[in-house]
Design a protein around this ligand. Structure first.
Ligand SMILES: Cc1cc2nc3c(=O)[nH]c(=O)nc-3n(C[C@H](O)[C@H](O)[C@H](O)COP(=O)(O)OP(=O)(O)OC[C@H]3O[C@@H](n4cnc5c(N)ncnc54)[C@H](O)[C@@H]3O)c2cc1C
Length: 304
């Protein structure tokens, strides 16, 4: 029995844990990955917009967080697989058989990158299907590549790859790119970049490594194959809320709907960070929301 169970050890969950600990709540953090940090582990650029700390990349910021947590008293379990969460009863069952009970729950499960879900994507992951233009730049240098998506992230990654790749084809299913003007203007003037709008990647092809993509353009009867040596998919993110579906109020995209105090539609169950913040997901927002939930819960318990 804990005062509070926190699900997820990204910036939001870690901040909530720090505050819960400081406020004297008996706290357990459950993290499914083998280490803490969440999306910070995918940030390969400098982070200069988190007030109070400048970091060369996300891992460095995560390490700063970890250093600050030294000496705190909360429990942290990594590599945890949650089988089910009964939010109303505030009971969590783990695949390993443990049953955990608490007075409050803080959901801090963040978001994951959306996948295309086409044949070849999972099979060729790490073998030409790459995660980041910054991290995987050297692997893709000199190769023709395909970037899938139409938002800022897709455009920015396409431009970065165009610095080292002979051709970059940006494939977007919509009629126009959603990326900000600064990026679309640069895409237009970069002779190495071609944009295919109203087009879908149907398949990523390759034996050992990526060799081609199969694309269907709107209005065409048949798809065509284009030889490429790399594929990068940036088609947005989705909230990690499958455990809580049908229990709390989610919006149409699956994000948790919360009050100004970060509370969900069930009392003493909170949601913090990206999982409840579709419009402005940031590290600062996540850590702030974690603090809010911890303080509200601690106040309730004091008076309850
Ligand atoms: C490439 C990139 C660059 C970015 N750059 C910036 C930037 O410069 N500035 C900025 O402010 N923000 C930036 N962000 C966004 C920032 O990283 C996020 O806003 C922040 O990490 C959100 O924190 P979070 O704790 O809400 O979620 P996450 O970081 O997503 O962490 C959620 C955690 O919950 C865990 N989890 C999920 N489901 C379960 C489960 N069922 N059981 C147990 N654990 C679970 C996950 O494994 C993960 O560790 C960037 C993000 C990316 C991807």
């Amino acid at each position: 029995m804990y005062d509070v169970l926190i699900i997820g050890a990204g910036p939001a969950g870690l901040s909530a844990a720090l505050w819960c600990d400081e406020l004297g709540l008996d706290t357990l953090v459950l993290e499914q990955a083998s280490e803490t940090g969440g999306q910070l582990l995918q940030v390969y650029n400098e982070i200069g917009n988190y007030l109070g700390a400048r970091a060369a990349n996300g891992l460095e910021l995560r390490d700063l967080f970890t250093a600050q947590l030294e000496g705190t008293d909360f429990d942290l379990w990594t590599d945890v697989e949650i089988e089910s969460a009964d939010l109303r009863a505030r009971r969590i069952s783990l695949r390993s058989g443990e049953q955990l009970q608490s007075i409050g729950i803080i959901i801090a499960t963040g978001v994951r990158r959306r996948r295309l879900g086409v044949p070849g994507e999972a099979e060729l992951a790490g073998r030409g299907v790459v995660e980041s233009a910054t991290r995987d730049r050297a692997i893709l240098a000199g190769k023709d590549v395909c970037v899938v998506g139409g938002g800022d992230a897709a455009a920015e990654n396409a431009l970065m790859l165009a610095e080292v790749c002979p051709t970059v084809t940006l494939v977007h299913r919509g009629e126009r790119l959603r990326a900000r003007r600064e990026f679309t203007e640069r895409l237009k003037s970069d002779h190495r970049v071609t944009v295919f709008k109203e087009s879908n990647v149907l398949r990523i092809i390759g034996e050992e490594r990526v060799e081609a993509v199969e694309i269907l353009r709107r209005g065409a009867i048949k798809p065509f194959q284009m030889a490429v040596g790399g594929v990068l998919v940036r088609i947005g993110v989705e909230p990690r809320t499958e455990l809580f579906r049908d229990q709390i109020h989610l919006d149409e995209r699956g994000y948790v709907v919360v009050t100004g105090e970060q509370e969900t539609s069930i009392g003493n169950v909170f949601a913090v960070g990206d999982v409840s913040n579709p419009l402005a997901p940031t590290i600062s927002g996540a850590t702030g929301a974690g603090a809010t939930a911890a303080k509200v819960l601690a106040t309730r318990l004091e008076h309850g």
